[in-house]
Write a protein that binds this ligand. Structure first.
Ligand code: NAP
Length: 299
């Protein structure tokens, strides 16, 4: 009976069993930073559904509690703690909590990022650059440096950085599209003569740096059986990008670049992250997978 079911499905039981175990993350421990909302939470959910014990964190305890409750309601093994990735003591606490409660770490998804500035690159200040590069790039590296020795103890692991389509192509938003925009973007409108705005400039540069970090770390960590990959989402419906998808004019303009004519969902990125951490991706390292609905991404 079972054999005929598998025949109907065009598979056989042995192949089916193999692919299931390759996608499984049972017994693995995964730290996902900034994981109480959006893409981080979706990544935690995707990793947890594949059997990993996930460690979720963000700056606010209330958000951590909510995420833990949500993941537990999906029968996912989860530990929660607060962590602002920009603070060394918080990064160390995140690792220590993971080691104490889960006994080790196999996966790091470095997802946290900030963008305190919208506007032309020449109007950005050193404070803005320091903040963006420190949280988005330096903290991603320092978190990796903390966890790698513990991955080595387990015989290997996976690191996934979360970059952005903006890392390939700094986002430009026209003045006309900006007219009804969120107050956060208004300073960028100052220069009325400018036909377009590089609205996410220093942030874009930080996301380009993550593409480079992925390429640079992958060969170095391959000898320890650690794969290093990256995802570059397009516009995904989260709070972080609400200034974009909440504005119809920007969405219309943006859709012209898309093959799939809609904004992405966090789960569509979370699944790709879980895939990269699984045995199904065992021969992939140093790569960035773009999850953009078809925007051409090229440096
Ligand atoms: P989101 O839905 O707004 O979620 C942000 C999460 O980060 C929250 O859990 C927040 O919780 C936490 N967080 C913020 N600052 C933090 C910090 N310093 N340390 C630790 N946690 C922090 O954001 P998202 O859209 O999913 O963005 C996640 C990643 O995807 C970012 O790297 C972003 O650059 C990238 N990305 C997003 C898009 C998009 O369209 N959404 C596109 C490309 C790339 P607390 O407030 O409690 O800290």
């Amino acid at each position: 009976m079972l054999r005929s079911v598998f025949r109907c499905l065009g598979t056989n039981p042995v192949v089916g069993r193999r692919s299931m175990s390759q996608s499984s993350l049972a017994g693995k421990v995964a730290i996902v930073t900034a994981s109480t909302d959006g893409i981080g939470l979706a990544a935690a959910q995707a990793l947890g559904k594949r059997g990993a014990h996930v460690v979720v964190s963000s700056r606010r305890q209330a958000n951590v509690d909510k995420a833990v409750a949500l993941l537990q309601s999906h029968s996912i093994q989860v530990t929660g703690t607060t962590c602002n990735v920009g603070k060394a003591e918080d990064r160390e606490k995140l690792l220590q909590t993971t080691l104490d409660q889960c006994g080790g770490v196999d996966i790091l998804v470095s997802n946290a990022a900030v963008n305190p500035f919208f506007g032309n690159i020449m109007e950005s200040t050193q404070d803005v650059w320091d903040k963006i590069l420190s949280v988005n790039v330096t903290s991603a590296f320092l978190m990796t440096k903390l966890v790698v020795p513990h991955m080595v103890k387990r015989g290997g692991g996976n690191v996934v950085f979360v970059s952005s389509v903006a890392g390939y192509q700094p986002m430009q938003v026209s003045q006309s599209a900006c007219i009804r925009i969120d107050a956060r973007w208004r300073p960028a409108l100052k220069d009325a003569a400018s036909p377009s705005l590089q609205a996410l400039s220093p942030y874009s540069v930080s996301k380009t740096a993550l593409l480079g970090l992925t390429r640079a770390l992958a060969p170095e960590l391959a000898q320890d059986n650690i794969r290093v990959n990256c995802v570059a989402p397009g516009v995904i419906k989260t709070r972080f990008s609400s200034a974009l998808w909440g504005n119809e004019d920007i969405v219309d303009e943006f859709k012209k670049q898309l093959s799939i004519k809609r904004i992405g969902e966090p789960e569509e990125v979370g699944g790709v992250i879980a895939f990269l951490c699984s045995e199904e991706a065992s021969y992939i390292t140093g790569e960035t997978v773009t999850v953009t609905g078809g925007i051409g991404c090229r440096l």
